[in-house]
Ligand binder design. Structure first.
Ligand code: ADQ
Length: 489
């Protein structure tokens, strides 16, 4: 499909992320079943209609044989996806090791698990080598599929080495890189043995994006302090080249949530939930079961609230939906048992023969059930210890047009910068403060709830995922008109 001037009508976009937006299950030697996985990044990019996008990433399975690889490649092509094949050892060292055991906790200010500290220090170099090797494999696949004029958009902390690898293949390639987690203070980043190599590699991109202005500022100051480069209002200057650095706050496809509330199956769910919890206020937590989400802290704050407010004990219920992730990692298994232990203790302490104060589910909910839950909630509790943005807070607001419930939100989630004026902001480490906020939220008068909700609803429905993706790609486009500024004379 071409325009009159001979150029294709839609800009081609190669989206590169560690995981593809589908999960693959092998059904036979040469047959695969694919399921779309729904998540923040997937729904954000599905909304980008003005680009001709293809997705490059790992399918999440080990496929050692050629027959399997060919069949999977063919099946994925129908979904406009291109696989990167990684063997088990690389996945172990790159994904479980360097990405999840080192970068993820570090970028969320959590440090390394105590007992792992020395072991990780010893294996650091081999994990970083695997990380670079994996990024190189991604680059090879991108290069094979790249056509002159394509934009390449790399995502997240798994692929910080990718911009450099891509530019080594082709210095004309237009490359953007976006981080979905926080970028920590330079004082944290400088503890990484590979600190300089990672920064220099990211700087090879033309455009570098973060959720908030603070994360962008931390990145620029890490480049200044660690690499001795100059930070400018537009970005970072490295060897005569200016790399643009900016904030692009992500959003959700709010219409999808608002429309879903009208569906009969969602309405039925809502009716059932209202009957089930009649006479009680509903508080809700929806999180991946991860240390960064502050689930134990949230539950302890709820316990404190019940302790201090006996009159509320049979009038409120906390529904905590926690989808397990990284279940093979001991630290995550420990977190699961810790949460179960606290929930059991509190239910034993405050439950009656007919009702318990906390319903904790270790699983994922389907989209319709999730919308119904959001709609019947009086108070949502998002108590992340750190969170790049946090889309759950946005999803809750989108589903609250009739109820106008209250959002209690961690000041350490990126969303605090956009929903702060409508939410009650808390320090999740301070359970006394969170408990007091629960009381405040449950007793909040209708006019204050209305005002706070309107503020957040306006933001969530106007700063959508589609806007986010389109703004990032348009900014990359603009840089094509103003080629990467060469400041050396
Ligand atoms: P996550 O850490 O996964 O994302 P979040 O932004 O809250 O966090 O997105 C989670 C998504 O998974 C939401 O769409 C939510 O509905 C869904 N989800 C979570 N628990 C669920 C459950 N039990 N059942 C069903 N669905 C569930 C990372 C960063 C965030 C950043 C996003 C996008 O850590 O800070 O906001 O990427 O950039």
């Amino acid at each position: 499909c071409e325009r009159q001037d001979g150029r294709p009508s839609k800009q081609r976009l190669l989206v590169v992320a560690n995981r593809l937006p589908v999960s693959a299950v092998r059904k036979g030697e040469d047959s695969w079943q694919l399921e779309i996985s729904v998540g923040g990044l997937v729904s954000a990019l599905l909304g980008v209609k003005e680009f001709d996008a293809r997705w490059i990433g790992w399918a999440g399975v080990n496929v050692p044989d050629e027959i399997g690889q060919k069949a999977l490649t063919k099946a994925l092509a129908e979904k406009r996806c291109i696989p990167v094949f990684l063997d088990e050892e690389i996945v172990h060292q790159y994904y479980n090791g360097y990405c999840n055991n080192i970068l993820w906790p570090l970028f969320h200010y959590l440090g390394l698990p105590q007992e792992d500290r020395l072991a990780t220090t010893r294996s650091f170099q081999s994990q970083f080598d695997a990380y670079k090797k994996a990024n190189q494999l991604f680059a090879e696949v991108v290069n094979q599929h790249y056509e002159e004029g394509d934009f390449v958009w790399c995502h997240d902390y798994h692929l910080m080495f990718l911009p450099k690898c891509l530019k080594e293949y082709n210095s004309n390639m237009k490359v953007g890189w976006f981080l979905h987690t926080p970028f920590p203070s330079s004082e944290i980043h400088r503890t990484l043995p590979s600190r300089s190599e990672l920064l220099r590699s990211v700087l090879a991109a033309d455009l570098v994006g973060f959720h908030t202005y603070d994360y962008a500022r931390h990145f620029v100051s890490a480049c200044t302090r660690i690499l001795g480069l100059e930070g400018t209002p537009e970005g970072v200057e490295d060897q005569g080249n200016l790399t643009r650095v900016a904030a692009f706050p992500i959003g959700i496809d709010s219409d999808r949530f608002i429309r879903a509330l009208e569906l009969p199956q969602v309405q039925n769910h809502i009716k059932e939930l209202k009957e089930r919890f009649a006479g009680r206020k509903v508080m809700l937590g929806v999180d991946r079961l991860d240390m960064i989400k502050g689930i134990p802290q949230k539950i302890l704050a709820f316990e404190k609230f019940l302790e201090e407010n006996p009159n509320w004990r049979d009038k409120v219920v906390l529904l905590q939906i926690a989808v397990p992730t990284r279940t093979d990692v001991p630290e995550y298994q420990k977190l699961t048992s810790q949460v179960h232990e606290i929930v059991g203790r509190i239910n034993g302490r405050f439950g009656t023969l007919t009702a318990v104060p906390i319903h904790h589910l270790d699983r994922s909910l389907d989209f319709h059930a999730l919308c119904a839950l959001y709609a019947v909630t009086d108070v949502a509790l998002v108590t992340s210890l750190r969170d790049g943005m946090n889309l759950v807070s946005y999803e809750f607001v989108a589903c609250q047009a009739s109820k106008k419930g209250v959002l209690i939100l961690s000041e350490f989630a990126g969303a605090a910068q956009s929903l702060g004026a409508g939410a009650i902001l808390v320090n999740p480490w301070n359970i006394t403060e969170v408990a007091a906020s629960i009381g405040y939220a449950l007793n909040m008068p209708a006019d204050e709830r209305e005002k706070r909700h309107q503020h957040n609803f306006m933001h969530v429905t106007t700063h959508t995922s589609q806007e986010w993706a389109a703004t990032f790609v348009r900014s990359l486009w603009k840089l094509m008109e103003i080629p990467k500024v060469n400041l050396s004379f």
